[in-house]
Design a protein around this ligand. Structure first.
Ligand code: SF4
Length: 200
């Protein structure tokens, strides 16, 4: 019976890895999207539609690069081996619109990859499966009349940093250190040029 349960779990996990997400672009190694070297993943699609959004091209709910969770994880693990990345930052678009985001986050947690999630929703609106897997959440919609001028990478003052685990509890200074206020111009074969970092 125990063997059957283990086999079933393995099969479920394999099926999960074949589930897909809609990605706009990926930066395989960046130092502009949070502490340490990270993989930045921008998801396509957002229904929050904040006025003054810095990524309006990521709002349309259209297919962009539909790729499996296994492929995303392979990209992350390759970058860990090649660049020594510590974790990933999930942005968009609205990452939580991805039906399979909880599965991706759960797999990354099992691999001890740190996860920072940017969301335009409030933290209490986020699916529990996602909340239980990530390490840090920055939540809230962008308010153009309430611009942030202290914290790097965060667009408006209403957006709150929530430590979900202790993983980044010693790293919050990163958001206040002006040396980290940078932008990067990236190139992705499928999407062309895109800008990341502190664009506000
Ligand atoms: S939640 Fe983010 S991606 Fe969506 S509209 Fe607001 S700023 Fe843009």
């Amino acid at each position: 019976m125990e063997k059957f349960v283990l086999k079933q779990r393995k099969m479920d996990s394999l099926l999960d890895l074949n589930k897909k997400v809609n990605v706009a672009y990926i930066n395989t190694c960046t130092e502009t999207e949070g502490p340490y070297k990270r993989v930045g993943i921008w998801f396509q699609g957002c229904d929050i539609l904040c006025k003054g959004c810095c990524n309006p091209d990521l709002q349309p709910l259209v297919p962009r690069h539909i790729i499996t969770i296994k492929k995303v994880i392979d990209i992350i693990l390759d970058s860990k081996a090649d660049n020594g990345i510590e974790g990933v930052t999930l942005l968009g678009g609205e990452p939580t619109l991805q039906d399979n985001l909880g599965i991706l986050c759960g797999e990354l947690k099992n691999l001890d990859i740190g996860i920072i999630l940017f969301t335009g929703k409030r933290i209490d609106e986020i699916d529990e499966k996602i909340r239980n897997a990530v390490d840090l959440i920055i939540d809230g919609s962008f308010e153009p009349d309430n611009l942030e001028n202290e914290r790097n990478l965060i667009g408006s003052k209403n957006q709150i940093i929530h430590l979900i685990t202790e993983r980044y509890s010693g790293d919050l200074q990163w958001f206040y250190d002006k040396r980290n206020k940078k932008i990067e111009i990236n190139y992705d074969e499928g999407s062309g040029f895109f800008i990341s970092g502190d664009v506000i």
